[in-house]
Ligand binder design. Structure first.
Ligand code: PHE
Length: 342
């Protein structure tokens, strides 16, 4: 009998050498210790066939073997599990010195950023948005704006004509007429949009974006214009920035002005950006010409208006220090990444 127990013990010791995982230990354990089919389990079941006088010794021997096997294989199981856990830790180890995987966040395009900023500033002064169309008639783009056929001012803007009547608008000023035809004063609108001119160099592009402003009410003067533009310039270029109005000419405003702001780069001392003058031209504006009001059926004895047109690309170029307008249209991610306000 003892020889049999010794043999099972030897079998367990030898078999254990071959085991490589806790799963194998579990199966191996079952082979010996399962109550019904295991080798030691079967020895226990043999108990009833043993002569009563040998039963105590037999039971003791089998029990001892069972206790030993449980402890031995339990220990082995623990060791296997510890090793398996260690292996898993190794496999799942995170190298915290590796650069983090970052999610690239998109930005608004500088033209959109500047357009939104301008809208925010004027919306704060009570302006509403009017969006006109990119295809206009000659009447809205020129004639109604006091620029009839053969008017020399038509040469100021090289126009893409689609037909003798239709054209790609050269200025958002065309929207002024639509607004004044459809709405009685008081009027306070801001009109952003694309405009087109046959013009192409480092600072001009055949397509660019403007922001038109129009205010019509009783008693509107150049002071209102200067006040609003002062506020605009301070908000967009910085608190210390000053404005100055210079006489100019547009057929649809009288008087007409060109608006400069003090150079925000050098503070007015003179630098490359302001070409040594201390001032930078930023937009065209003026008091709405009485003829334009009358063209839209507004009594110029009762009402007056102011208008301004801001070039959005020009504003973005000044704000971000861009020297070529093409950079705003090429969508080079290396350029765009440098141009955001975050
Ligand atoms: N429409 C003019 C331009 O494109 C700008 C402007 C708008 C001037 C409104 C005066 C008043 O040059």
């Amino acid at each position: 009998m003892n020889a049999n127990l010794e043999q099972i013990k030897a079998e367990i010791l030898a078999g254990a050498e071959e085991l490589t995982s806790s799963k194998e230990v579990y199966e191996f354990k079952k082979k010996f210790l399962d109550g019904k089919t295991g080798k030691i389990g079967l020895l226990m079941r043999e108990m009833k066939n043993i002569a009563p006088e040998e039963r105590a010794a037999y039971g003791k021997g089998v029990n001892e073997l069972k206790e030993w096997a449980l402890e031995f294989l339990g220990g082995l199981d623990e060791k296997m599990k510890a090793k398996e856990l260690q292996d898993r830790y190794e496999a799942e180890k995170i190298d915290i010195s590796l650069p983090a995987v970052t999610v690239k966040e998109g930005n608004l395009h500088p033209i959109t950023l500047v357009r939104n900023q301008i809208i925010d500033i004027f919306a704060g002064m009570g302006f509403e948005i009017f969006e006109g169309t990119e295809i206009e008639t000659d009447y809205y783009n020129f004639t109604a704006l006091n620029t009839p056929q053969d008017h020399p001012a038509r040469d100021m803007q090289d126009t893409f004509y689609l037909s003798p009547e239709f054209l790609l608008r050269t200025q958002t000023s065309a929207g002024q007429i639509h607004v004044m035809e459809n709405k009685k004063p008081p009027i306070k609108i801001l009109s952003p949009g694309k405009v087109f001119r046959s013009d192409d160099d480092a600072t001009h592009s055949p397509m660019f974006t403007q922001m038109e402003g129009l205010v019509v009410d009783k008693g509107i003067t150049l002071c209102d214009l200067q006040g609003m533009l002062d506020e605009f310039v301070k908000k967009i270029y910085g608190e210390g920035t000053k404005t100055r109005l210079r006489p100019s000419y547009f057929p649809f405003t009288e008087p007409s002005v060109e608006v400069d702001c003090s150079c925000f780069e050098c503070g007015g001392k003179g630098c490359k950006l302001c070409k040594g003058t201390g001032w930078i031209e930023i937009l065209g504006a003026g008091i709405v010409n009485n003829k334009v009001l009358e063209n839209c059926g507004i009594d110029s004895n009762e009402y007056s208006g102011l208008a301004f047109g801001i070039g959005i690309e020009r504003t973005a170029m000044l704000k971000y220090g861009i020297n070529n307008i093409k950079l705003l249209f090429e969508s080079d991610i290396k350029v765009l990444n440098q141009l955001n306000d975050k």
